[in-house]
Design a binder for this molecule. Sequence first.
Ligand SMILES: Cc1cc2nc3c(=O)[nH]c(=O)nc-3n(C[C@H](O)[C@H](O)[C@H](O)COP(=O)(O)OP(=O)(O)OC[C@H]3O[C@@H](n4cnc5c(N)ncnc54)[C@H](O)[C@@H]3O)c2cc1C
Length: 282
Amino acid sequence: MKPPPFAYCRPHSLDEALEFLAEHGDEARPLAGGQSLVPMLNHRLARPTVLVDIGAIGDLQRMDRNESGWRIGATVTQRRVERESTEGCDLLRLAMPFIGHRQIRARGTVGGSIAHADPAAELPAVALTLDATMVAAGLDGQREIPAAEFFAGPYMNSLEEGEILSHVTFPTVPPTTRCSFREFARRKGDFAVAGVAATVDFEDGSVTAASLTAFAVGSNPVRLTGAEAAVAGRHLDEAALIDSAEAAAAEIEPWDDIHGSPQYRRQLVAALLRRALQEVAP
Ligand SMILES: Cc1cc2nc3c(=O)[nH]c(=O)nc-3n(C[C@H](O)[C@H](O)[C@H](O)COP(=O)(O)OP(=O)(O)OC[C@H]3O[C@@H](n4cnc5c(N)ncnc54)[C@H](O)[C@@H]3O)c2cc1C
C-alpha cells in the first residue's frame, strides 16, 4: 500500500523542527529513519499530514562520551552504534546486532527506536537496564526523563506533544561489570518472542548489584526486581540460578499472541535469564 498524502519538511535546526511541530500540532510527526513510521503510514496505522524529517539536524547526530556516559543523539543510526566503540557500555554493543537486519540498522535510529517504544524492541530494554536518561527538547527548553518513566505502554512514550527526543545518555559501567543480552526469535532478524538483558557486579564471587530486564513479554520492558533480589549477595550457583529464573517467570505478565502463550514466554524468560546469568558468572 502507498501512504496517505502528507507534507514533508526537512529543517536544519532543532528549533526549526520544534516550530514545525508546534505549528501543526497532532497532525505532525517527526520522521527519523522511517523504518517503523513508513510501514505504519503504508498500512494506514498512522495518518500524520505533516512529516518533520529530523535527519538533517546536526546536533541530533552527535555521539560522544562525557562524564555521565555515552550521549547518543536521537538520529545516530543503530548501525553506527554497532560499528563504533561504545567503551564502557558493552550491553549496547551486545544488543545492537539483534535489531532487525543490517539494512534496517543502517537507516533506523537510536532515538526512533526508543521513541517508538515497541515492546519487543532491544534498545528500550537496554535503556531500562542501564538506567539511561532520555532528553526531550521542546520550545520551552529541555527536560530529562529516566528510562523507568519514559515507556508508557505499547508504542507509547512520555514525550509531550511537540517534543522531540534529542538524545539519550547511556551510563557507562566499570570494566568489572559483566553484561549479557539474550533473546529468542523465530528467525534471525525477527522481533524477539522474549528477551533478557543483564548487568551484574560481583565482589569475591558474590553478586553486589544486578540489573535484569525482560522484554517482548508485556507492554514495555520490565525490570525483574524479584530475580534481582533472588541473586543479591549470592554466588551464582545452581540454587541461585533456579531461584532467579523462577522469580522472573513468576513476576512477568506476558501477553498471548500468535508467537507464544504466556506460559511459553514465562519459560523462555526463565531459560534466557538462566543462560545470561551463567554467562556473566565469574
Ligand atoms: C523488517 C523490520 C524488522 C525490524 N526488526 C526490529 C527488531 O528486531 N528490533 C527493533 O528494535 N526494531 C526493529 N525494527 C524497527 C527499527 O529498529 C526502527 O528503526 C525503529 O523502530 C524506529 O527507528 P526509526 O529511526 O526508523 O524511526 P521512525 O520510523 O522514523 O519513527 C518511529 C516513531 O518514532 C517517532 N520518532 C522518531 N524519532 C523521534 C524523536 N527523535 N523524537 C520523537 N519522536 C521520534 C516517529 O514520529 C514515529 O512515531 C524493524 C523494522 C523493520 C522494517
